[in-house]
Design a protein around this ligand. Structure first.
Ligand SMILES: Nc1nc2[nH]c(S[C@@H](C(=O)O)c3ccccc3)nc2c(=O)[nH]1
Length: 285
């Protein structure tokens, strides 16, 4: 696994588990606040996550809510590009763009994004070529089918084996398209076409994905499975469960964790790293 990811000149070191802060740019559906307010709020949130200790900020404008229709290209660009520009200017952190659309990949990198986070693993028409042309690292995530239908009735014979195979195939496809392996990150896609039982198997078996030879990213933050394991109905009540899950993912080899609650996750990782640094007690022969 490469020791770091060069995100268009901003280096994401992988010497320890790094924290990706989530910046969702979705219009506040409760008020008629316009695009400007949406941009302002997203930028302010990203700056706050940088203050909390994020190592990279992930900007996404497309809610991949199961059953959700797709956000049109123009709308996604209008949401994402201004926020990417402002966060690249306002922080020294690498900024990734969470998108499936090749045009958004191109525009975001032109605006300063240093990583592509593609929940569709470059399967959209033109995405492999677009990502290869940008020369930035790419996160390849597993999703079963499409957002609209993925949660209908997801079934696997062996979810870890099947997700591993998919990721191996997408890594191969990306390399064939000219993306160097040192620029690839693999992600099992918690919640994307998985029941809670599937997510449990993927978290328990996360170590398997380190065999792919690329850094592993895990994103369970505030997701439904955390709610089912903890009985916490509201996403905002799933912070402790999310921190626990990402600590377990880090222990099982995740090099990047994608989270809402940056400060809490940073602290948990610091405690773990302090303990992990202590030499194992000598066991008398
Ligand atoms: N690489 C990577 N990118 C990601 N983007 C997301 S969006 C997801 C969320 O809950 O954040 C989500 C799902 C459904 C609706 C809204 C938001 N999840 C991941 C992930 O697990 N890995």
């Amino acid at each position: 696994v490469s020791p770091s990811l060069d995100c268009a000149g901003r280096v994401l070191k992988l010497d320890r588990t790094r924290v990706m802060g989530i910046v969702n740019v979705t219009p506040d559906s409760f008020s008629d606040s316009g695009a400007h307010a949406t941009t302002e709020a997203a930028v302010a949130h990203g700056l706050r996550l940088a203050e909390e200790g994020a190592d990279i900020l992930d900007v996404g404008g497309e809610s991949t809510r199961p059953g959700a229709g797709e956000v049109p290209l123009e709308e996604e660009l209008r949401r994402v590009i201004p926020v990417v520009e402002r966060l690249v200017r306002g922080t020294a952190l690498p900024v990734s763009v969470d998108t499936c659309k090749p045009e958004v990949m191109r525009a975001a990198v032109a605006a300063g994004a240093g990583m592509i986070n593609d929940v569709c693993a470059l399967r959209r028409d033109g995405a492999l070529e677009a990502a290869a042309a940008q020369g930035v690292p790419v996160v390849l995530m597993h999703m079963l089918g499409e957002p609209r239908s993925m949660q209908d009735d997801p079934r696997y014979d062996d979810v870890v084996a099947e997700v591993h195979r998919f990721l191996a195939e997408r890594i191969f496809a990306a390399e064939l398209a000219g993306i160097p392996k040192k620029h690839l990150v693999a992600d099992p896609g918690f919640g994307f076409g998985k029941t809670t039982a599937h997510n449990l198997a993927l978290l328990a078996g996360l170590e398997r994905f380190t065999e792919l030879g690329v850094p592993v990213l895990a994103g369970l933050s505030r997701k439904r499975s955390i709610g089912e394991w903890t009985g916490r109905q509201a996403p905002a009540e799933r912070v402790a469960g999310s921190v626990a899950a990402h600590l377990l993912a880090a222990q099982r080899g995740a090099r990047i964790v994608r989270v809402h609650d940056v400060a809490a996750t940073v602290d948990a990782l610091k405690v773990w790293e302090a303990v992990a640094a202590v030499p194992a007690p000598r066991r008398d022969a």
